[in-house]
Design a protein around this ligand. Structure first.
Ligand code: ADP
Ligand code: MG
Length: 336
């Protein structure tokens, strides 16, 4: 079954700073989010995940600049638009109505002096200006219960809730807008593992009921293996592998993906030995030549230090759904 694309990131490049000193934090990223899909994006800290999320939503703080690419958004009714070329006015409407974003530490952005009810109702009011106060209150209660919080918590102030609850309130606010796309950038890392799984589980259930697509960003690949449909792995600003979650878990092609899989305890399935990845992520200001993972790669061989492998379909029989950027698995088109 071929699914409709909702968001297509094409050749996206994001830099911090200009000229010779620019840090190329996101390089030539191509990634498609399909309707109703949960796409996971994983990679160690510093690999460019947040920069990608901020860039594609145009929330990039200075000195960040988008130096190339397109972000094509397929509207529910209307032609596809390039988010990167929208005016600020068009962008405001787009951002609130169609895409919701929950960033890391979002729970700290609740206003401490207002009750949860006020904040949630304000969001609903902004989205549905013609709604009545009674219907807004009913909707606020409904949204809270969707994320597993009892409606009597509406009368609480943020400090009266736990971190996990505050983060779930933020998720409720994001979903109150009935977005078509939800982007979550490490929304649960500050919370304990049990809470992370609980929130993600609820999100998946809601996705099935409300029909939105999710781009879920985390450094913890084991969560994605359990909860996402497809997974993209990022390293040194590039996507190095993309595959259906089950395929990636069963048979990762890139040695970096393999290393990540062995860095976190599996939540389900057979136990894996935890070996981690030797060394540390590259300094974006002085990237290694060739494949930027080669200095840490246990399988590096002759071409790896010289040439950057292109992300493409590996030359495997009958496996069209995945792509990898690794000289061990040259892309089909680069094989003569
Ligand atoms: P991740 O979310 O995967 O941890 P980030 O997108 O935060 O990665 O960072 C990617 C790279 O961009 C890192 O090397 C980081 O040092 C650099 N970077 C992030 N924010 C800034 C900034 N405001 N100014 C300069 N460099 C930045
Ligand atoms: Mg980040």
């Amino acid at each position: 079954m071929i699914k409709d694309p909702v968001l297509e990131i094409k050749g996206l490049n994001v830099d911090y700073g200009l000229g010779d000193h620019a840090v190329h934090a996101v390089r030539d990223v191509n990634l498609t989010l399909h309707r109703g899909e949960v796409l996971g994006l994983a990679g160690e800290s510093g690999s460019g995940k947040s920069t990608l999320a901020y860039g594609l939503t145009r929330l990039l703080p200075p000195p960040g600049v988008i130096s190339g690419g397109q972000v094509i958004y397929h509207q529910a009714d209307g032609p596809p638009v390039d988010v990167l070329s929208l005016s600020h006015k068009e962008l405001r409407k787009f951002r609130w109505a169609e895409t919701s974003i929950v960033f890391q530490g979002a729970m700290n952005s609740l206003n401490p002096v207002h009750k949860i009810s006020t904040q949630l109702i304000d969001v609903i009011k902004a989205h549905e200006p013609t709604s009545t106060p009674a219907s807004r209150l009913a909707r606020a209660r409904e949204m809270l219960s969707l994320v597993g919080i009892s409606a009597d918590r509406l009368e609480s102030y943020p400090h009266q809730l736990s971190g996990g609850m505050r983060q779930r309130v933020m998720i409720a606010m994001a979903l109150a807008l009935e977005p078509r796309v939800v982007i979550m950038d490490e929304p649960t890392t500050a919370l304990d593992v049990v809470m992370q799984r609980q929130i993600l589980g609820q999100l998946i259930e809601l996705r099935e009921r409300l029909g939105f697509s999710v781009l879920f960003i985390t450094h913890d690949l084991s969560l994605l293996v359990e909860f996402s449909d497809r997974i993209a792995i990022m390293y040194g600003g590039r996507i190095v592998e993309e595959a259906p979650a089950a395929d990636l878990y069963r048979d990762s092609l890139h040695p970096y993906s393999d290393g990540l899989l062995h860095s976190f305890p599996a939540l389900r399935g057979p136990r894996r030995e935890l070996t981690g990845i030797p060394g540390s992520p590259p300094d974006q200001r002085s990237m290694p030549t060739g494949c930027s993972f080669h200095p840490r790669c246990p399988k590096a061989f002759e071409p790896c230090a010289d040439k950057i492998p292109v992300l493409g379909e590996p030359n495997l029989l009958g496996d069209q759904a995945r792509s990898v950027a690794c000289w061990l698995h040259p892309a089909r088109e680069t094989v003569a």
